[in-house]
Design a protein around this ligand. Sequence first.
Ligand code: SF4
Ligand code: SF4
Length: 281
Amino acid sequence: MYGTIFDIKQFAVFDGPGIRTTVFLKGCPLRCEWCHNPEGLSFSPQLMVSKAACTHCGRCKAICPSPSGCIVCGKCVRACPLGLRRITGKHVEAADLAAKLLKDRTYLEKQGGGVTFSGGEPTAQGEFLLETLRLLRPIHRAIETSGYCAPDLFREILSELDYVIMDIKHTDDALHRRYTGVSNQKILRNLEQLKKSGKPFRIRIPVIPGVNDSEENFRETAKLLTDTEHLDTVELLPYHQTAGAKYEMVDMDYKPSFQTDRLPNLNTAIFAEYNVPCRAI
Ligand code: SF4
Ligand code: SF4
């Protein structure tokens, strides 16, 4: 079983309990306006170019066999004298990936950590994710997910996990559609499955100014999480103006429709009212 990943980060401390290795799976069905990982959106490997430092020497153009459209051959990557070009995303076999990750098992276990799958949206490569999770069974396994996943598949993935970090981006379906491109109905259904699963979990809210930082949205989110036994905490992650930095590198425009220069509301008091543990990061 093959999947496509675009990064492996060691010594991660924000992706679940302890010190972890985080694997980033490529591809996401959502299009959140604030996404800071545009190289995680496409399911295919692609070329990334740091255009700002380019001296226009022309070597990449000269060597390219496909001037009408990139075929991700990598020839220009080797030709660039400044190392400004790279291919992001590679196909890997689940067994090879698991074997590589298992090499650090002793260290990760000593640190109270494990392996986390992020993205992109890791559940969007569901079968590959499941196979890799099964092969990693001795290790503590977590995901960072939008929760946007077919409920049956989500249930199966949950059964292979020790910890879940899940986003709730907006409780209002129309606004969720407007800012992420998809409905929140599957996500809210999967949240209910997660709450009943007995797995410890953390909720993350990417707090975007004028989009989801209203008292009303915080209140509706808190209501979804009251009396939830296995909830560790809710984390409020403020929007960063640097989110758009990588779009040009993958030939995409960054044009958010919200007010990017206003600080978001990170008031945790509403969650406290509902006895929901919450902290701003
Ligand atoms: S990777 Fe570079 S050389 Fe290859 S097709 Fe794309 S632009 Fe051309
Ligand atoms: S080879 Fe590198 S420096 Fe030269 S034009 Fe291409 S990206 Fe720019």
